[in-house]
Design a binder for this molecule. Structure first.
Ligand code: CA
Length: 378
């Protein structure tokens, strides 16, 4: 009955439109039937077309969850589109060097890319808010900010002049604080410490008297093992264990105050995006959200087994950072944001929005997630 009524209303609407001499406004040029032909018989050019795209990433080949997730996304898009949108994925260095992903997509050399926005901090300092903010939002909070709190609009505005449309595609959840060769008892232990730590976290470490060092994933183990650096952060137990960091340092600290919910990004070249018919655009959007969920689930499910192995088999000493030190680092982090905001209006705009959303999100979390966690541990 409901369906019959629905069909009746559609029919009535069409009759009314015909009677008025109007045509329904097409959503885009691609869905519009050529004049004088019935819509059903028209095969719009874009809908019949097969798109063969290239995608580059900042990740090593076979990098678990990260590169794995991107390949999963490409496969989903292929299946959901019935092969009309095929994306060939290249790991970092296979087609362009990892950190040229942004430029390659921006210039249209390839249609898509995957990485983390804080890699582009040199070009766009405010991009860092879309990856990881020390003492900022966790994965759940970032998701809320991006999808329901205006964050994604700010992100897209920031990339607009670079011919790029960003989409959230993955989140690592809270990372670990890192590997150290000595016990960390307070802020003084960070003075003079050479640590591999990227982004805003590195700036906070510098304020605390340490020296942030930038190293690609492949260089970390050797640098730590040879003492070129005193400490490093990487991702979490699942990835850190695979890198062998337990053989180069003894102390493994938590929490990852510097990366509380690292967001990953899908980059799409604006012109390429506009060439897609609406159904393929919807597929890309939905597949990116589905993969985001899968990636976070993988991190959440795999990390604890890896941590248990590090503890029991590798005899790693797992410690929590001293609360007094974290309080100080939080204070220094705010100083970093205020200084950066004073230098760059775009940074200030995103910072103000992020800060306002986090204040509300923290207030809600205090009586939801945190209160529940407290109840659980009573
Ligand atoms: Ca990290």
């Amino acid at each position: 009955m409901k369906q019959t009524m629905h069909a009746f209303f559609i029919l009535m609407s069409l009759l009314l439109l015909t009677a008025c001499g109007d045509k329904p406004a097409p959503a885009t040029g691609a869905t519009q039937a050529p004049a004088g032909q019935p819509a059903a018989a028209a095969a719009p050019a874009a809908a019949a077309k097969t798109f063969e795209w290239k995608m580059v990433t900042t990740w090593p080949p076979n990098f678990p969850i990260f590169q794995e997730g991107v390949e999963r996304f490409a496969k989903d898009v292929d299946t959901m589109s019935g092969g009309r949108l095929q994306i060939k994925v290249y790991a970092g260095g296979e087609l362009v060097p990892p950190l040229q992903t942004f430029d390659a997509v921006s210039q249209g050399t390839v249609e898509m890319g995957h990485g983390a926005a804080y890699y582009w901090a040199g070009k766009i300092p405010a991009a860092q808010f879309f990856t990881a903010v020390p003492f900022g939002l966790n994965a759940q909070g970032i998701n809320a900010w991006l999808l329901s709190g205006g964050g994604l609009e700010l992100w897209r505005e920031l990339y607009k002049d670079h011919n790029l449309i960003p989409f959230p595609l993955g989140n690592t959840g809270v990372q670990m604080g890192g590997w150290f060769n000595k016990e960390i008892k307070g802020l003084d232990d960070l003075k003079g410490l050479k640590m591999r730590i990227p982004g805003l976290g590195g700036k906070v470490l510098a304020k605390a008297g340490g020296t942030p060092v930038l190293l690609a994933g492949g260089e970390i183990y050797t640098a730590l093992e040879r003492g070129t650096i005193d400490a490093t952060e990487w991702v979490g137990p699942y990835h850190d264990e695979r890198l062998g960091l337990q053989r180069a340092a003894k102390f493994y600290y938590y929490p990852g105050w510097h990366e509380p919910g690292t967001e990953l990004e899908l980059l799409v070249n604006t012109k390429a995006w506009e060439s897609l018919p609406p159904d393929l655009q919807a597929i890309v959007n939905s597949a990116s959200q589905a993969t985001s969920l899968w990636m976070l689930a993988e991190f959440e499910a795999r990390n604890i087994d890896a941590l248990n192995k590090l503890r029991s088999e590798d005899k790693v000493i797992v410690r929590e950072f001293p609360p007094a030190m974290l309080r100080e680092l939080k204070r220094l982090a705010t100083e970093v944001y205020e200084e950066e905001a004073a230098k760059d209006p775009a940074f200030k705009k995103v910072y103000d929005a992020f800060k306002a959303f986090q204040a509300k999100n923290d207030a809600w979390n205090n009586i939801s997630e945190q209160a529940y966690r407290k109840a659980l541990n009573l």
